[in-house]
Design a binder for this molecule. Structure first.
Ligand code: NAD
Ligand code: MG
Length: 351
C-alpha cells in the first residue's frame, strides 16, 4: 500500500492506495461520529463490510446510477444527516463509485458549511480519477455537474479488493481515464505500453492506480480550482467524448473518452500538434481497451453537442485538449463548423 499526500491549499488530503488500504478505515474513523453514503448496488455487495467497518453508523443508501445524481438524492442525504443530528465535527464517508463520491462530497461541503469527508472509491474510475481532487457535484436540468463545489476530502482509501466485483464495462471505463493519464505523463505511458497485454489484471491495475493518483495529485496541487488552466489537461479527449456520451448514451464514460481521444488524435495530427507515429502509438493503446470503434449514426449532430461544453470560452468555438509530444498536451480552439466537419470526416474514414 502506498500513502500519497495531496498538498492542496484549501485542505491537504491523504490517499491510501493499494491492497490493505481498507484496513486503514478503522483508524481513520476511530472515535468519530460517522455517516455513510453509498448506493443500492454497492450496499448489496458490501453490506457486511460496511457494518463490520462502520458499526452502528447511519447509512444512507441512494438509488444507483448517474440519473440519480440530482437534487433529490442530494437532499435525501442532507435530510438524513439532519435526522442523524450530525455536527460540524462529524465525518461523512462516501462509499461507492464516482456518483456517490460526487454527491457525498457535495453534501459534506454544504452541511453546516462543511464537515469532514472521507472518500472510499469502489470503482476503478473513482479510484484513479473522481475521488481525488475535491470536485463535487450534481447534475441539474440536463446539465452535468453544474451545481458543485471544490471540497477536499481528508482521506481517500483506494483498495483494489473492491474492484473484484466490478463488471468489465466499469473496468474499461476506468481504463479510459488511465490511458488518458498516460497521454499526459510519459512514465505512465511507458508502463502502459510495457503492460499492454495485462491492462485488465487486478495486480497491474493496483500499481497503475497509484501512479494515476500521484499524477492527478500533482496537477490538483498546482491548480486546485481550475484557474491557471493546468487542470484542464485532465479533460483530454473529453470534449468529443462527452458530446458523444450525451448524445448516444450507450457506452461508459471512459469508453467515450477513449473514442474522443481517438478522433481528436487525428485532428491533432492534422494541425501538426502531434506527430503521426506518436498518434499511432496512442491509438494502438486505445485499441487494447476499445476493440472496435462503433459506427456512429448522425455524428455531426452528436459532435454539435460539444458546443455546450464548459471548457469553451467563445461563442461558436470548441476547445480541445489534445496530445502533443510524449507527456505534453496542447489546447486547440476550433470554430464549431470546422470541428464538426473534421469529426464527421474522421469518423467516416474509420467506419
Ligand atoms: P458510478 O458511481 O455510477 O458507478 C458505476 C456503477 O458501478 C454503478 O452502478 C455502481 O452502483 C456500481 N459499483 C460501484 N462500485 C462497485 C463495485 N465495487 N462492484 C460492483 N459494482 C459497483 O460511476 P463511476 O464510473 O464510478 O463514476 C462516474 C461519475 O463520476 C460521474 O457522475 C462523473 O461525473 C463523476 N466524475 C467525477 C470526477 C471528479 O473529479 N469529481 C471525475 C470523473 C468523474
Ligand atoms: Mg472523465
Amino acid at each position: 500500500m502506498q500513502t500519497i499526500e495531496v498538498h492542496t491549499k484549501s485542505r491537504p488530503s491523504t490517499v491510501y492506495c493499494g491492497a490493505g488500504a481498507a484496513e486503514k478505515l478503522k483508524t481513520i474513523i476511530e472515535g468519530k461520529d460517522v455517516f455513510v453514503v453509498t448506493d443500492s448496488n454497492v450496499f448489496g455487495l458490501y453490506k457486511d463490510f460496511i457494518q463490520n467497518t462502520f458499526g452502528s453508523a447511519p447509512v444512507c443508501v441512494l438509488p444507483a446510477g448517474e440519473r440519480h445524481k440530482n437534487r433529490n438524492s442530494l437532499f435525501m442525504i442532507l435530510d438524513k444527516m439532519l435526522q442523524a443530528r450530525l455536527r460540524r465535527n462529524s465525518t461523512l464517508v462516501a462509499f461507492g463509485g464516482g456518483v456517490v463520491g460526487d454527491m457525498g462530497g457535495l453534501a459534506a461541503s454544504l452541511y453546516m458549511r462543511g464537515i469532514h469527508a472521507v472518500q472510499v472509491p469502489t470503482t476503478l474510475l473513482a479510484q484513479v480519477d473522481s475521488s481525488v481532487g475535491g470536485k463535487t457535484a450534481i447534475d441539474h436540468r440536463g446539465v452535468k455537474n453544474v451545481i458543485g463545489t471544490f471540497y477536499q476530502p481528508e482521506y481517500v482509501v483506494c483498495d483494489p479488493m473492491f474492484l473484484k466485483t466490478l463488471p468489465p464495462r466499469e473496468i474499461r471505463c476506468g481504463l479510459g481515464e488511465i490511458i488518458k493519464t498516460g497521454a499526459l505523463d510519459a512514465e505512465i505511458l511507458d508502463k502502459l505500453e510495457r503492460n499492454a497485454e495485462r491492462l485488465f489484471d487486478l495486480a497491474f491495475l493496483e500499481e497503475i492506480t497509484a501512479d494515476c493518483v500521484r499524477f492527478k495529485a500533482g496537477v490538483v496541487e498546482k491548480d486546485e480550482c481550475e484557474r491557471s488552466g493546468l487542470r484542464k489537461c485532465l479533460n483530454m479527449g473529453h470534449t468529443t467524448g462527452h458530446a458523444l456520451e450525451l448524445f448516444y448514451k450507450r457506452r461508459s464514460h471512459g469508453e467515450y473518452v477513449l473514442i474522443g481521444m481517438l478522433l481528436e488524435s487525428y485532428i491533432a495530427e492534422k494541425f501538426d500538434i502531434c506527430a503521426h507515429d506518436y498518434a499511432e502509438e496512442l491509438r494502438a493503446l486505445i485499441g487494447k481497451v476499445l476493440k472496435r470503434v462503433p459506427r456512429f449514426e448522425n455524428i455531426a449532430d452528436a459532435a454539435g453537442v460539444a458546443l455546450y461544453d464548459k471548457k469553451n470560452q467563445g461563442e461558436n468555438e470548441v476547445s480541445l485538449i489534445v496530445p502533443a509530444k510524449r507527456g505534453e498536451f496542447a489546447e486547440l480552439r476550433l470554430t464549431d463548423e470546422d470541428y464538426v466537419g473534421y469529426i464527421e470526416e474522421i469518423a467516416g474514414g474509420l467506419a
